[in-house]
Design a protein. Sequence first.
Lengths: 305, 484
Amino acid sequence: MITRFIKKVLLLISLILIILSVFTWTYYHQVAKVKFGKNINIMVCGDSHTESAVNDEILQHSINISHSSEPYFYTYNVIKTLINNNPRINTIIMGYSFHSLSGSYDVAIFKEEFTKTMYPDYLPILDARSISTLVSKNIYGISRSIPNVLKNMFYSILNKPSNVASYPFIGHYYKSRNSNINDSTINKAIMRHYYKKDSAECEFSAIQEEYLKQIIQFCNNRNIKLILLSTPVSKGYYDKIPIKFVNNYYLKASEFKQQANLLDLHDLKLSKECYGDGDHINEYGAKILTTKLDSLLIRPLNDLH
Amino acid sequence: MLFNSFHFLIFFIVVTSLYFSIPYNKRWFLLLASSCYFYMAFVPIYILILGFTIIIDYFAGIYIENAKGKRRKLLLIFSLIANIGVLAVFKYYNFINHNFSFLLHGFGLSNPIPYLSILLPIGLSFHTFQAMSYTIEVYRGHQKAERHFGIYSLYVMFYPQLVAGPIERPQNLLHQFREKFDFDYDRVTSGLRLMAWGLFKKVVIADRLAIAVDTVYNNPQQHNSLSLVIATIFFAFQIFCDFSGYSDMAIGAARIMGFKLMANFNKPYQSKSIDEFWKRWHISLSSWFKDYLYISLGGNRVTIPRWYLNLFIVFLISGLWHGANWTFVIWGALHGFYLIFAQLTKNFREKVNKIFFLDRVSFLPVLVTFSLVAFAWIFFRANDVYSAIYIIGHIFTGIPDLFHKLLSHQPVIEYLGLSAVDMTLSVLLIVILETVHYIQSKKNISVLFLRKPVYIRWAVYCGLVLGILFFGVFENRQFIYFQF
């Protein structure tokens, strides 16, 4: 009787797995077709800094796919997935800021408060190496997120998104007119970016640096211009950044100088009204920055500084 | 460990497989050990509280059985005080202290008694009531005292019903731990079907509705009267699917291993009166109150005013059982009031129904009962009494504004935290749920289902699993009744 039961359970599981495989195959088939508009050759990616700073309606021939809190670990996989389908992309503008190599990003990759929302968005597009990194460090988080991964795939298939931003791993320009720059928002951002929960300073993130290198390598191999964009931050925020992160920011930028260009606009002169909070600019700030970016990009990259 | 978690899935597979692989006489130990692990997955240290009540009631049971005369009663009182004492400290101490402070504040005094900074042990009211029913039944002579400490502990701790019931009686459950249950294909598959249906109700219906309910109830001032009504109706179905979903999973998990737990719900929203509602909603608790409190107070074999008082006391305490908050007390009192009012106006209502032929409209009593129950749920769900009063006030006073908006072609349906697809799906799921209940009230749906061809049954199984995967809300939301 037990054998009969086990056989039937296995049969049911197989049937469900077959159905799920069909869904997964359809999803990958659909993702493989994600194409930007024909006139797009600049892709802007990164975290909330570029998400709020680069208005792709102003920057000609561009699309902003930045995603709030996105570590390079995911950005690398997003770039890889999208570049394969969009060979016309010849320039990538990617966020690079003082917090980009902070260990605080490890939390976004491995800790539950982030992974429960991020895994379902990104797991389906991760390459084997990235998946094995997650499996080795957070198998429990992965197993927990499987239902949401399947759900995201299912909704993507049902929606057949015509708009590329409908895919959960593709972000978009975040337009906001809010201006809430004060000590409280600045301190919150500083704590989030550079300090652990116990108020100790964060270490540098080895995984962020590794994936930054991989992105640089990938762009070089594909002959894609990579611009590391440091978006404006308020003086109040800048002054509170622990010095080791400022030093490391310049150190790494000079290390990668040959393969990637740093467009350092962190100290761009902007009025208080142009900031959403201490480290993000709002719609007004984005207009100024993107207009500047647009004018800079038509010049040879060597003249950027 | 939540029933709707991956952790539980692994736990359940391992425990059930081991259960059928080991000798009968060792199974109690496996179940006890796994129940300890299950409970300790929440807050490990609270196992000590459970241990305390188990030891007290175990010895109380034996001593009560051996004692004679007044000593029996004294021992029972001692055991009840110990159980209620644990409840009082962990559940009601801060509530009482807070109200005491409020009272003293009225006289311009401050309260010197400190608050306790403790988390409420999960499912405390459930296992305490189950433990109390044991000593009461031993005292009444309906149950022999259990001499096997492990089996008695298992009676209190049996993991499927440990944290949210059904609150079992010793006569029904204790003897089952000594029975030899073989693997029975039909019983196991029936248990699995019940678990899957329970999980569907929890993650697909309850947790989806919870998004809209939380959006509105956490900020009622931000929403119009239509949204308040929608959220209240949604909450009525959310709490039903949440709790009955848990009960189904508990009953299903126990059934797979051979245990029969009592039914906890019987299509409550098809009730034609509040009295009937309480015979269909949380049956294990309402029957507990009936057997151990209502009848002890004299039930209905007393004068009419005293009978009404008994009813009111039972519902007031039932409200307090749910939580140490005035919202729950008012919720209980409202139900008590409904029942008394129903008794007082019984003859009058019957006459009116006959005159206006209302007794021929079969759905009317169902609708009225549901409306009354949903109205009371406002207090149950509201974050505090002020919010509840605000919601009730604005449900009615907002109607003219709503009509005004409708007439001036302004949108009246608000964003309740759900997408348009999810909102439609929520309504559709409620309709499906009540359709299933309607069919159940006419025919035995399990028998009907098993008569269907194999391909239909398998399509339903696949659909149920895929429905849970694709439409489930996996945010590890706790079951509402865990907090009680």
